[in-house]
Ligand binder design. Structure first.
Ligand SMILES: Nc1ncnc2c1ncn2[C@@H]1O[C@H](COP(=O)(O)OP(=O)(O)OP(=O)(O)O)[C@@H](O)[C@H]1O
Length: 623
């Protein structure tokens, strides 16, 4: 049975950690005798079982003597800090440890052999540090290990065959060489990038002779390209071969220049649909901006994009050069103003490239240049008029559009706070302001209301591309859903194959055939993303694998608090914890495999509203 003595020992250990690496960054009320309410500390049965202090600017070396006392620790997360030195050897005393997240620090030295006595470990993340030495075959002692992340270190030598129940594995960006052993060949090439490893799933290994048998020394963070092991081959290149390569390259280059010249001449003669594709603007740095005659700076790419093609304008006639505004909006600018505006590329999406255009001190818009619209102009106008008619405080309003034969532009209000995706996953390092439960649930409610409004327009009206990068935010964290109605405008063949990865309902096979229940599924994924802080479509960020709903469903309810909740939500009040559990449950229902089992958006809104009302000090009315 745990005694106060043990909890006192835990407390003393936490305090010695604090004085060694925490300084004032720990906001712990040390007057309290029990450490169980300190931020980041969780207890079970009167013992400290979890310590989560991600991204709180810890620095220095962890001394021995801390973990020797935390003998009941199951989860330790010190990720994204600035910890240095080697791992403390007495970490092994925490023999209950299941989850060890130390990525994103400056730990160095070898991975200590003593670590391999922690045989309960399920997840081990030592990525983005400066560990040196080899990958020990003693990893095989960790027979329960499902996640092993060692990428972005200075590890060297070959990798031993790890016969473990691993689901996730990554050793990219280390000075590793030799062949990929049998049991690790099932992982994709992304697990072995920027190493000199060879063999399945990378390039076939050159014959034994050319594979360096000695481990290379550590320290090289950008080793030769994937499937390397080519040093010896390099040495064998004769002078003749080098001359051949040089001559070949020069001739090749001359040919490319010639082809480009011919293409340019052709393009200046003919204007057709395909020429626009060739003009697809690259992301051009702002330095590349050129001063135009009016003193505004316009990036070359944005100007090309937004003018479309000056010849196209001539062909289509001056009438087509008009921006069509929606509703009662006073026309505050015209196409010429837009073209003169200072512009920058925001990003490339499924439907085209988005730009931010600053017209004057108060008028900032987002312009989306649609690609591959195959529809007749008349049909396009009809559909886009419907989109423009949508009017709700939780939708990003479409202000205007421009339509010519070769160019389709959509003009939206610019949302200064960016997307939910950027808010959740961007800047996870030091200096990040944690997202409180109140903010998260407020965003969920806003987005749900926006979608509910869309669905209320008719049973065939749906969004079709619900994801966190399409939920944009105002300064007060009001959510507004964007990109609605675009799915049906673009050619199915041109939608990127990965579109909506992680968000798309299992029954949706054709991205153009969207449904309200499909939206509910995608919204459910967004809910789970909000709670877990994990991106469903990015396996690098999402430690648990690509399918977020499946992972959440695999964790038993009792473990949600410990396993599922974003570790950033450190000190939740009891009511908040209950609300979060309800929200996880809602996310699970929304992501039911069968569309019929998913709730309607109206129900989802009602649920989130009642959840927020039951929480502490919610002022939903102000929303
Ligand atoms: N109105 C807007 N205000 C501010 N940023 C925006 C606006 N519209 C889009 N963005 C941002 O511009 C970038 C590109 O957006 P875009 O909608 O073209 O692609 P996406 O959301 O990444 O993917 P998809 O096309 O599948 O929706 C994204 O980072 C998005 O958050």
């Amino acid at each position: 049975l745990p005694s106060t003595q043990d909890l006192n020992a835990d407390r003393a250990a936490l305090l010695s950690l604090r004085s060694a690496v925490g300084g004032r960054t720990f906001r712990w009320d040390i007057r309290k005798t029990s450490p169980c309410n300190w931020a980041g500390v969780k207890c079970d049965n009167n013992r400290v079982t979890a310590l989560r202090l991600p991204g709180v600017s810890l620095s220095g070396t962890i001394p021995n003597g801390v973990f020797g006392n935390l003998t009941r620790l199951r989860t330790l997360s010190l990720r994204l800090n600035a910890l240095t030195g080697s791992l403390p050897l007495d970490l092994t005393t925490s023999s209950d440890l299941r989850h060890l997240y130390l990525q994103g620090n400056r730990f160095s030295g070898q991975i200590p052999e003593s670590l391999f006595s922690l045989t309960n470990l399920v997840r081990l993340n030592l990525a983005e540090n400066s560990f040196t030495g080899g990958v020990s075959s003693s990893f095989n002692n960790l027979t329960r290990l499902k996640t092993l992340f060692l990428q972005d270190n200075n590890l060297s030598g070959s990798i031993p065959d790890l016969d473990l129940p691993l689901v996730q594995f990554n050793v990219s960006n280390n000075s590793l060489n030799g062949s990929i052993p049998k049991h690790l060949q099932r992982f994709e090439s992304g697990s072995f990038l920027q190493t000199s490893l060879c063999g399945k799933p990378l390039k076939i290994c050159p014959d034994e002779e050319t594979v360096p048998s000695q481990p290379t020394s550590g320290g090289n963070r950008t080793p030769p390209s994937v499937g390397g092991s080519n040093e010896k081959r390099k040495n064998k290149l004769s002078g003749g071969a080098i001359a051949g390569i040089v001559i070949g390259s020069v001739v090749g280059l001359a040919l490319i220049v010639l082809i480009l010249m011919v293409l340019c001449r052709k393009r200046s003669r003919a204007v057709d649909g395909s020429t626009i594709k060739q003009q697809e603007p690259a992301v051009v740095p702002r330095e590349a901006a050129a001063e135009n005659g009016n003193g505004y700076s316009v990036t070359a790419a944005a100007a090309a994009a937004m003018t479309g093609n000056s010849k196209a304008g001539e062909v289509a006639g001056p009438a087509a050069k008009k921006l069509v505004f929606f509703g009662n909006a006073t026309k505050v600018f015209d196409l010429e103003d837009l073209l003169r505006a200072s512009a920058e590329v925001l990003g490339k999406g499924t439907f085209g490239t988005a730009y931010k255009a600053v017209l004057d001190a108060v008028t900032v818009v987002a312009v989306k240049r649609l690609k591959d619209v195959v529809m007749q102009d008349k049909d396009f106008r009809e559909k886009i008029e419907l989109v423009g008619a949508m009017d709700h405080e939780n939708l990003v309003p479409l202000r205007a559009y421009y339509l010519s034969r070769d160019e389709k532009l959509l003009v939206y209000d610019f949302m200064h706070m960016g997307s939910l995706s950027a808010l959740l996953h961007g800047n996870r390092g030091a200096g990040r302001t944690p997202l409180t439960w109140d903010v998260r649930s407020r965003i969920a409610l806003g987005a749900a209301r926006g979608l509910d409004y869309l669905h209320s327009q008719g049973t065939s009206t749906s969004h079709g591309n619900v994801k966190s990068s399409n939920i944009l935010l105002t300064k007060s964290h009001d959510a507004k859903v964007s990109d609605f109605g675009l799915s049906q405008l673009v050619a199915a063949s041109t939608t990127t194959p990965n579109r909506g990865t992680g968000y798309r309902a299992p029954e949706v096979t054709d991205p153009k055939r969207v449904s309200q229940k499909g939206d509910v599924y995608s919204f459910g994924v967004v809910l789970l993303e909000l709670i877990t802080g994990k991106a469903p479509s990015n396996s690098v960020m999402n430690e648990e694998g690509v399918d977020l709903p499946r992972w959440v469903k695999s964790v038993v309810r009792d473990e949600w608090r410990r396993e599922v909740f974003d570790s950033e939500l450190l000190s939740l009040e009891r009511e908040e914890e209950e609300m979060m559990e309800e929200m996880v449950q809602l996310g699970i229902e929304c992501t039911s495999q069968h569309p019929d089992q998913r709730p309607e958006m109206t129900e989802v809104v009602r649920k989130i509203e009642s959840l927020r009302r039951s929480g502490p000090d919610q002022v939903d009315e102000a929303y």
